[in-house]
Design a binder for this molecule. Structure first.
Ligand code: ZN
Length: 366
């Protein structure tokens, strides 16, 4: 009998668990493909909003304009600026020196999602083609833990996501909606995607939300694409509209989660993007190595283990590859990877309240 207890204790000690005190039991990850930090933190960009070429009919999006940038961003992303800013954390406002960047040198979708979920930069993953990722990722790592088996799911508008996450290899539940041009890469100036199905992100969202309600997964990844698609086509109003729609979807998800016994106050929501876009008046449409600024990204988190620090204004630099270890840490797991270059956990996202005071003092002393 004693031997059994000892072996159980031993098994527990060997589990990749970081902390027993955290409250997160479920994790939602949402991505807005190629949505810039500039709009995330400043709202609509006047040089594009009042530009006939990109916004021929500004009356469609007049609700997103305000001379005050705080009000502008709140109009565009009310959930982020009314809820996450009050109860969570937002990273990547370079106006304050708070930076989040891609560590990969490519700055387009496949390498971005790969870095985000594998926690490493693999220079060989340098195209958006449907090639199985040779690298293990944090979703499959979580799925391999007994209590998460069959409880991890991914829903994406872009049909390359299953290859990035290698779901046919690891058995993670995946649902994808449609294709996207594979030439969306560093060499393409503009893929000029036609939008055959304007409701695509809505379909992805509906499928994901239904699955959440019916199957109650513990980890759900929702990958939205409208922001990237419309910006490649130079449609600034639609880019804003799709960002606003994403904000509404995320709000709907979060509000539902917070009414469910199973999820309420036990769920962390992490929202980010795969890459930025050019910062120029024309280069905003594209991204990649030659579109300066498209390595610049952002992250937002809300949940029971994330202190309400709001918009992060400390001088700091984080990287996309840190997402993997951070995501696992929320669930009390320590993500490991064969590469020693795996990104470290973003500490302030999970910092406990008792450490908080000390940190605030250090920050204000600077
Ligand atoms: Zn793109």
């Amino acid at each position: 009998m004693k031997k059994n207890i000892l072996s159980i204790l031993f098994a527990l000690a060997m589990m990749p668990v970081i902390s027993q005190t955290h409250q997160t039991e479920n994790l939602l990850i949402v991505t807005l493909d190629g949505f810039r930090w500039q709009e995330f933190f400043n709202g609509a960009d006047s040089s594009l909003f009042f530009n006939q070429r990109y916004t021929p009919d500004a009356s469609r999006v007049s609700e997103f304009w305000n001379a005050d940038s705080d009000q502008r961003r709140e109009a565009l992303l009310p959930f982020f600026w009314n809820v996450v800013a009050q109860q969570g954390q937002l990273y990547g406002n370079r106006n304050y020196g708070n930076k989040v960047s891609c560590a990969n040198p490519y700055w387009f979708s496949y390498p971005g999602y790969s870095e985000m979920f594998t926690g490493v930069v693999d220079r060989h993953m340098a195209s958006n083609r449907k090639v199985m990722n040779p690298n293990s990722n944090v979703l499959e790592f979580i799925h391999q833990q007994n209590e998460f088996e069959g409880k991890v799911a991914a829903f994406s508008t872009w049909d390359v996501i299953p290859y990035v996450l290698r779901t046919s290899y690891n058995g993670i539940h995946v649902n994808t909606m449609k294709g996207k041009a594979f030439n969306d890469s560093i060499i393409s100036e503009d893929t000029s995607q036609t939008d055959k199905d304007e409701r695509c992100d809505e379909s992805t969202f509906t499928a994901a939300f239904d699955f959440l309600k019916q199957q109650q997964p513990r980890v759900l990844f929702l990958s939205l694409d409208g922001t990237d698609e419309h910006s490649h086509a130079g449609r600034y109003a639609d880019y804003l509209i799709y960002a606003h729609k994403a904000d509404q979807m995320i709000s709907e998800l979060w509000n539902w989660v917070q009414t469910q016994e199973r999820y309420k106050d036990k769920t962390t929501l992490l929202v980010t993007t795969d890459h930025g876009r050019g910062k120029g008046r024309n280069s905003w449409k594209t991204h990649g190595r030659w579109a300066a600024g498209s390595n610049q990204i952002w992250m937002a988190v809300i949940g029971p283990d994330t202190p309400a620090l709001g918009e992060m204004k400390t001088n700091a630099h984080y990287f996309q590859k840190q997402t993997a270890k951070t995501a696992a840490a929320f669930l009390g797991l320590e993500y490991t990877h064969s590469s020693s270059a795996v990104g470290e956990m973003i500490y302030p996202m999970m910092m406990k309240q008792d450490h908080l005071t000390a940190n605030k003092e250090t920050a204000s002393a600077k």
